[in-house]
Ligand binder design. Structure first.
Ligand code: SAM
Length: 309
């Protein structure tokens, strides 16, 4: 592969590791002339962008050439301990360099846990003798992959992993006695997480909750359309959650109603894309809501997570 001129030792910019299956969305977001693509990695010179459809963003990548596996590993090791390989080509050499570096912490951890406070770097080989590496990345987990010690018995769906992830990433979660609205709650994975944290939950869904979730004294279940429920009927909530399957624009209208009411202190909502399309326009309107953020969680599918704390 011929490398573009900007991938020289003088390189500055960012590299974006696409969320699995969503490289095409990431390309749409970056929409830049100078873009180098290798596997799921897009390298953009002079970029300071923070696109959504990533599993990890390499914040200060550099380019270096090397002769041997040990020389590459020593160069990285001299900077810091942790380097996650991103095999885009020269896969065998990438694995050999990785094997020559200290092992990465990959063991699934029980929720909740504090984010690691040591830097997690990332590297890829652009050709057999050229390395692209970044000592700092947006995610403290190798390749942005956050692994929990899963609970296979209590939550009635795997959606609970999304809440575990966002709470871990943000370092905050509902406290005992706080009041949560969980819209689109059925079968009850999110409601289960919230009750485990000691919160009181108003779970609203057209479909019923799993009986063992509904049976909790912390849960009030309303089998209703969440979007026609006036905020005043619900009253003040410390947290508003939505995992409702709907068009992004419908979620936005509903969120705007709640924002205008001033009755919700914090928001965590899944923006679910419909079919294969990325609704850029509505996503941009969510992103423009003051104080809010959008991320693609490791546990998100064809969806983004919008939050405002
Ligand atoms: C992905 S599931 C939610 C999973 C849930 N968060 C969990 O952890 O188990 C989406 C839910 O949205 C609900 N839903 C769709 N439209 C709705 C509406 N207008 N009002 C309330 N719930 C709705 C569906 O019935 C479905 O249960």
């Amino acid at each position: 592969m011929t490398l573009p001129g900007f991938l020289s030792p003088a390189f500055t910019g960012r590299a974006f590791h696409a969320a699995p299956g969503f490289l095409h969305h990431l390309k749409t977001e970056l929409n830049s002339g100078d873009l180098f693509e290798a596997g799921d990695l897009l390298v953009a010179p002079h970029s300071q962008q923070t696109p959504f459809w990533t599993r990890n963003t390499w914040l200060d990548p550099f380019v270096a050439t090397f002769d041997s596996i040990s020389q590459a590993a020593n160069m990285l090791r001299a900077i810091q301990r942790n380097w996650a390989p991103c095999p885009v080509q020269a896969h065998r050499r990438t694995a050999l360099i990785s094997d020559a570096l200290p092992p990465l912490p990959k063991k699934p951890r029980p929720f909740p846990f504090a984010l690691p406070d040591v830097p997690m770097g990332a590297f890829a080989l652009l050709d057999p003798h050229t390395l692209l590496a970044s000592p700092t990345c947006s995610s403290p987990f190798p390749g942005g992959e956050i692994q929990f010690d899963e609970n296979h018995t209590d939550p009635p769906s795997r959606a609970y992993l999304k809440l575990w992830e966002i709470f871990t990433r943000l370092g905050v979660h509902p406290r005992p006695g706080e009041r949560c609205l969980d819209a689109g709650a059925s079968p009850g994975g999110w409601t289960w997480v919230l009750t485990q944290l000691g919160a009181d939950v108003l779970a609203v869904d057209r479909a019923p909750l799993a009986p063992h979730i509904a049976a909790s004294p912390q849960v009030t279940a309303w089998q209703r359309n969440a979007f026609t429920l006036p905020p005043e009927e619900v009253g003040p909530v410390d947290w508003l959650f939505s995992d409702v399957i709907c068009y992004p624009a419908a979620l936005l209208r509903w969120v705007e109603t709640w924002l205008a009411s001033g009755l919700a202190a914090r928001f965590v909502c899944t923006i679910k894309m419909q079919g294969t399309a990325f609704d850029r326009e509505t996503t941009a309107r969510f992103a423009a809501i003051p104080g809010s953020h959008i991320v693609h969680l490791w546990h998100n599918k064809h969806e983004l997570t919008w939050y405002r704390l």
